[in-house]
Design a binder for this molecule. Structure first.
Ligand code: GLA
Length: 749
């Protein structure tokens, strides 16, 4: 059994072969944290690991006592996990062990996205209730451990069992105390069009955090952090990963206190948050995923990839091969009509592309970004036969059809804004801030969510639509809802995202065959909360291959390739003006959910042949690109940053594709090898190079090399002697296919 309870030691031990998480009921009946890390033996007490009382200045409990649910005002001056304002205005709580239960499987979270267990035996859950008898506050701490994953998923439910309302000021999903601070904090930070840049810094005394107060997880920081030992690499060393299954305002914070211990907390950002808890009411936190690896960052990432891909994403598309898309955004922006779109679709179909996506601009009077969000009626001047006619014609070509929507928004110039001005978020007496000429709808209102469900269901039901790109192009300002009383305005941001989740939930259930892709100006809401509804997301609005090396590398720290949409676009690139070879653009975008974002009708015949070749290459290796084990080999954030290399390996190790990218050409480079990982050391691999130096469509040149050699000595990279000819921004893929094993010779008796 993965969860062991020892009444004698007052100890819970959640364990599998990969990790242990140990909790102890302390002498004062508080919940102490004992250990999280590599698996420990069962049947033993680890209570002695919790430090005894230490009597420092004004410390009651004795600190640094590691706690499962730290609260302020009681002598623990570190960052708290819970803060509640009681009816008398005080916030002092004494939460003591009351009861616990364990059960197979993992329960869902009401209204919130969550990881899940498909069968009861793959996970086990512990719920521990702690209670303050005087204040009549109960907190149920939930822990799920998966049988085969180095992961513990945590969350909390706060219940007001008293007779008066209380105010929750801070309710973290998890807090974790670690016994030292010899860690580096790794975060994925950036901004629009440069998301998920890897930052890695030593922890220092005091508090350090990432957060969002934008109403979305944001481009600026992904709700994911790693604590890695300074020596931890992709291949070796200890690392903890913390991920929040949430898309709204979040906080992940680490505090190093004077004794050198570290506390990490993750949850809803307490800044600007409060939640009035009526008698008998509950507040449920989003869940946090805590993972541990002693096998380096690569192993830690793989843990998140597998969990998010297989037990967070759900629905028809979870396990299905994702189609190759052509999206008309960068091809036409708002300037299109049906013949133009059909010409793009038809050229794309000839090259083997499978799904045409009609992006922004098909509704209302939307010929630029100043109008019409909210008026979800087709623009008949552009599409005289409506969406249905276009979708049917695309289908007749032999392609599927997808559409762009931005349900959470309204333009100032729109019929919706005229009719429902109060649906746009804002404080009635104050001006609203505009962002991209639009306002955000008040998704905390059930009437708004109902309206959107009706409108979007109408669109999806009106035509053969098999894919939706759900965009969200600005953040919330002037947070306020006229439907909430003054004392509940602190709930607004959380209620907003609950409204978004409820709309996603209803639409994905009503249209189970539709593939949803989330988007927020690229990666502005690329988080696990969204992945629970939309199994893939638009990774970034930056489609430049060189920028994408960093963005996709960073994103891959937490998210699987099956979640990262990556498209080839035209050059000069629309975000940075860079001109890169078509092959390089594809060689980067292959490592994700592949597609195009350009106008093939203006491309040369040679380029179209090249694209057709790329499409058939991706189709041949789609499973490997979308579901293989992704391993990062050479970082675009380290060294001279001139190279990047990564690979995807089949789970059985029988095939792999390595991507090697050199940004600037250098004169007179020396010979180079690249050590691979994850292969079968005893297998022989046929290694071929893509793109082939031969004309498109010609067979790849290949040699046969041992898995042992490729991992220990390394793959000799294509000769750089011809650097001058090759130029900048070069990519090479190496396709590895294991040869059939020869039957071992019979040994004579
Ligand atoms: C956002 C998206 C783009 C595109 C535009 C349309 O920026 O990220 O891909 O859909 O909106 O307005």
């Amino acid at each position: 059994m993965p969860i062991e309870w020892s009444a004698e030691a007052g100890q819970f031990h959640l364990r599998n072969d990969l990790v242990s998480y140990v909790v102890r009921i302390l002498e004062n009946d508080w919940l102490g944290h004992v250990y999280f890390g590599a698996s420990l033996a069962e049947g033993k007490s680890y209570s002695h690991l919790v430090p005894g009382d230490f009597f420092g200045f004004s410390n009651r409990l004795g600190h640094p006592t590691p706690l499962e649910l730290p609260i302020g005002g009681t002598g623990d001056y570190r960052i708290p996990a819970l803060a509640i304002e009681l009816p008398d205005g005080s916030g002092v709580l004494d939460l003591r062990y009351k009861s616990h239960r364990t059960f197979p499987g993992k329960p869902g979270l009401p209204g919130l996205p969550a990881t899940y267990a498909e069968i009861g035996t793959e996970a086990e859950t512990l719920e521990v209730v702690v209670a303050d008898r005087m204040a009549k506050i109960e907190v149920c701490l939930q822990y799920t451990i998966y049988r085969d994953r180095p992961v513990v998923v945590r969350g909390a439910r706060v219940t007001n069992a008293g007779e008066s309302a209380v105010i929750v000021r801070c309710a973290m999903s998890a807090a974790l105390d670690l016994p030292d601070s010899d860690w580096q904090l790794v975060t994925l930070s950036g901004d629009w069009a440069r998301e998920c840049q890897v930052e890695r810094h030593d922890l220092r005394p005091g508090r350090q955090s990432i957060s969002s107060s934008r109403g979305a997880s944001g481009h600026q920081h992904n709700p994911f952090v790693v604590l890695a030992r300074p020596a931890t690499t992709e291949e070796h060393g200890e690392a903890y990963g913390f991920s929040l299954v949430y898309s709204g305002n979040f906080l992940v914070e680490a505090e190093v206190e004077p004794f050198g211990t570290t506390r990490v907390r993750a949850g809803i950002n307490p800044d600007g948050f409060s939640w009035l808890l009526d008698p008998g009411a509950d507040f449920v936190t989003p869940e946090a995923v805590l993972a541990f690896s002693s096998g380096g960052l690569g192993d830690l990432s793989d843990t998140f990839h597998c969990l998010f891909r297989d037990r967070l994403a759900r629905g028809t598309w979870r396990d299905r091969a994702r189609p190759i898309v052509i999206n008309n955004w960068e091809a036409t922006y708002f300037d299109f009509d049906e013949p133009k779109l059909l010409a793009i679709a038809s050229a794309a179909h000839e090259m083997g592309i499978e799904l045409f996506v009609l992006d922004d601009g098909w509704f209302g009077r939307r010929n630029d970004d100043t109008t019409s969000l909210g008026d979800w009626e087709v623009n008949l001047a552009k599409l005289p036969g409506g969406v249905e006619s276009l979708a049917r014609k695309v289908e007749e070509l032999g392609m599927s059809f997808g559409i762009w929507i931005e349900p959470e928004m309204v333009s100032r110039h729109s019929q919706m804004f005229i009719e429902h001005t109060d649906w746009a978020i804002g404080v009635p007496v104050r001006p609203r801030t505009e962002g991209r000429n639009q306002y955000v709808l008040d998704m905390s209102r059930p009437d708004v969510v109902n309206h959107l469900f009706g409108v979007i269901s109408g669109i999806l039901g009106s035509a053969p639509i098999s894919y939706v790109k759900w965009d969200m192009n600005r953040n919330i300002t002037e947070p306020f809802s006229p439907t909430l009383p003054a004392w509940r305005q602190g709930e607004f941001m959380h209620r907003y995202i609950l409204g978004v989740y409820s709309l996603y939930d209803r639409l994905t259930k009503a249209f189970p065959g539709v593939l949803f892709e989330s988007c927020a100006g690229g990666g502005g809401r690329f988080d696990p909360g969204m992945l629970a509804f939309a199994p893939q997301g638009w990774t970034s609005d930056d489609t430049d291959a060189i920028e994408r090396l960093r963005i996709q590398w960073g994103t891959s720290l937490a998210y699987p390739l099956s979640s990262m949409a990556a498209h080839v676009s035209a050059v000069p690139n629309h975000q940075v003006g860079r001109i890169t070879p078509l092959a390089t653009r594809a060689a980067v975008a292959f490592f994700g959910v592949f597609g195009y974002e350009l106008d093939p009708t203006v491309m040369s015949a040679e380029e179209r042949v090249e694209i057709a070749d790329q499409v058939s290459f991706y189709k041949q290796w789609r499973e490997l690109f979308q579901r293989g084990r992704f391993l990062r080999l050479r970082s675009p954030f380290e060294g001279d940053r001139n190279e990047t290399a990564w690979m995807t390996v089949a789970r059985d190790g029988r095939s792999a594709i390595v991507g090697h990218y050199r940004i600037l050409s250098r004169p007179n480079p020396g010979p180079q090898r690249l050590r691979l990982r994850g292969l079968d050391a005893s297998a022989s691999y046929r290694v071929s190079v893509w793109p082939s130096a031969e004309p498109a469509g010609a067979p790849l040149r290949s040699t046969v090399l041992g898995g042992d050699e490729l991992m220990a000595a390394g793959l000799v990279l294509e000769s750089n002697r011809k650097s001058a000819e090759a130029g900048d921004f070069r990519a090479r893929l190496y396709v590895l296919e294991a040869e059939e094993r020869r039957p071992s010779p019979e040994v004579a008796p």
